[in-house]
Ligand binder design. Structure first.
Ligand code: COA
Length: 170
């Protein structure tokens, strides 16, 4: 099992990964930012560019997307924002992550968040903000397993959810 950036060799694996969410009726994949009409080569290039901070949409900061891959199969994805904005400080934080529905409850999200922590250390970040819906029991558990300390919990009207914010010291 490895945590890696997306490469040209992952085309079939990425299609299978995305289909797993669609088949489960999940359209939103936290941590994965790619337009559905991009070719695989464009996805690879754009994710690499986002990581380098090139050509970012307004208000975006550089962010590195990483994939958890096992025997050629993509199991999960994470996105580490290299710094916070006012918006991310309130909601979104440094890290978003998702595990495909058919591979959940096997520790994969925990591996991804630990991987994001390691990458954040390399980037010189000294603490990570991770936010989640207070009712997302699995996400809360993952964040707390990875050392998350609850900062606060509040209803955000624009998001329409009760959001928890956790800090993870690195
Ligand atoms: C949240 C998510 C990433 C968790 O992925 P995962 O690979 O299943 O996570 P892990 O296996 O590492 O850990 C899940 C933990 O939650 C627990 N858990 C999962 N569902 C649970 C439930 N309904 N009630 C109680 N605990 C639950 C598991 O038992 C496990 O804890 P344990 O290790 O103590 O047994 C996954 O459900 C997902 O992709 N959800 C959609 C996207 C999302 O919500 N991302 C998070 C945004 S902040």
């Amino acid at each position: 099992m490895e945590i890696t950036q997306l490469g040209m060799e992952h085309e079939k694996a990425l299609l299978n990964f995305l289909a797993d969410f669609t088949n489960a009726g999940e359209m939103d994949i936290p941590g994965y930012f790619a337009d559905s009409d991009w070719s695989h080569a464009e996805i690879v290039e754009n994710l690499a560019r986002m990581s380098r901070g090139e050509g970012l949409p307004d208000g975006w900061v550089p962010g590195t997307t990483s994939f958890l891959v096992h025997e050629g199969e993509i199991l999960g994805v994470s996105n580490l924002r290299h710094r916070l904005t006012c918006h991310l400080l309130r909601f979104g934080g440094h890290v978003g992550f998702s595990v495909k529905p058919s591979a959940r409850c096997r520790g994969h999200a925990t591996r991804l968040l630990e991987g994001a922590k390691a990458l954040a250390c390399v980037k010189g970040i000294d603490r990570l903000l991770v936010t989640c819906n207070a009712e997302n029991v699995a996400s809360v558990r993952v964040i707390e397993k990875c050392g998350g300390v609850l900062e606060d919990e509040m209803y955000l009207e624009d998001v329409g959810e009760v959001i928890r914010r956790y800090w993870i010291a690195l």
